[in-house]
Design a protein. Structure first.
Length: 325
């Protein structure tokens, strides 16, 4: 049976001390119930609707929000008769609180799923690979492992696993991230110029310079790809090629190419199905060799779950031979 210890004496200034005498590092964080009441009221625009969502009374929600405003010393809402409107400070705070509450919910579900209530893994993945390669194959994994739930979130930049709620990541790069372990799933090998068949059917001059009259579509994360392609083929990279539109994702470049907006550089393994079907064409045969690849990585410090091990094994089998011509 636990014995109730003596309550710590307050420190100077009224701040409570811990048993070891140190001041609480969480003393500045408002009550979670007050934050939930504020976030719901801000999102729904009403204390009454927030009360209904939270299974509280209108007056309880009002008191929580009023107490939060008093504690912060900041007005979060303006009250006009029966309406409430967020102040500028309130709108900014509501967005931040919503993000943190969502993260707490994700972390809680992730912890529960890893401690016996079903098997679940959460994977970060670059968007184009997710939509064009991974998701179409996930049904095969589900048929083999129907008790494992695979959740996917998009991440386009490297991150630290300790700051994100992910079990693993599938990304494009030069190698494994520091502090991680994993495998190279497949090398990218080469980027190829592709365009709509009707553009490729136009008369072209021989050689790589034949693209000079076409609008060049660029991927924002690889701004030098066309410059490298021209350099590798001994051609001048001029303003006309450099001045084309930029797109954030390969899926956007692919859609723009298929719409006839110009010529884009795509990884061959992504473009090959459309090339085989005749919905895309290569106006010239020259490709750009690249050294990067697609990796599956996970934290070095932690023991992998059985679900993550099974997913890695399946990924390696699914990736076998990708990009090989």
């Amino acid at each position: 049976m636990l014995r109730r210890g003596k309550r710590s004496a307050p420190a100077r200034g009224g701040e409570p001390r811990r048993q070891d005498g140190s001041r609480s590092m969480r003393n500045g964080i408002p009550n979670l119930s007050a934050l939930q009441a504020f976030e719901a009221s801000a999102r729904l625009g009403s204390f009454s609707r927030a009360a209904e969502e939270l299974s509280l009374t209108h007056s309880a929600v009002y008191r929580q929000v009023a107490s939060l405003e008093s504690r912060l010393g900041v007005q979060l809402f303006t009250r006009v008769r029966r309406r409430i409107v967020l102040t500028d400070h309130g709108a900014e705070y509501a967005g931040r609180i919503r993000h943190h509450l969502d993260q707490i919910e994700k972390d809680t579900f992730g912890l529960v799923s890893r401690t016996g209530m079903g098997r679940s893994i959460h994977i970060a993945v670059v968007p184009t690979l997710a939509t064009t390669w991974l998701i179409p194959r996930l049904a095969d994994f589900q048929r083999e492992h129907g008790d494992i739930t695979v959740s996917l979130s998009v991440r386009t930049l490297p991150f630290q696993f300790k700051d994100q709620p992910f079990d693993g990541a599938l990304y494009h790069g030069d190698g494994l991230w520091p502090g991680t372990q994993g495998v190279l799933l497949f090398p990218e090998r080469e980027l190829v110029p592709v365009c709509a068949p009707e553009l490729a059917a136009r008369p072209l001059e021989p050689g790589a310079g034949a693209l000079a009259g076409m609008t060049h579509l660029h991927l924002a994360s690889r701004p030098d790809a066309w410059r490298q392609w021209y350099g590798a083929n001994g051609c001048l990279y001029g303003p006309q090629a450099a001045g084309g539109p930029r797109y954030e994702l390969f899926t956007m470049v692919m859609a723009a190419v298929q719409a006839g907006l110009g010529v884009g550089l795509m990884p061959r393994f992504l473009a090959q199905p459309a090339l085989d079907q005749g919905t895309l064409a290569m106006p010239v045969p020259q490709a750009l060799a690249v050294s990067q690849g697609y990796y599956f990585g996970y934290p070095l410090r932690s023991e992998r779950s059985e679900a993550l091990k099974l997913f890695e094994t399946w990924l390696k089998a699914a990736a076998a031979g990708v990009g090989e011509r």
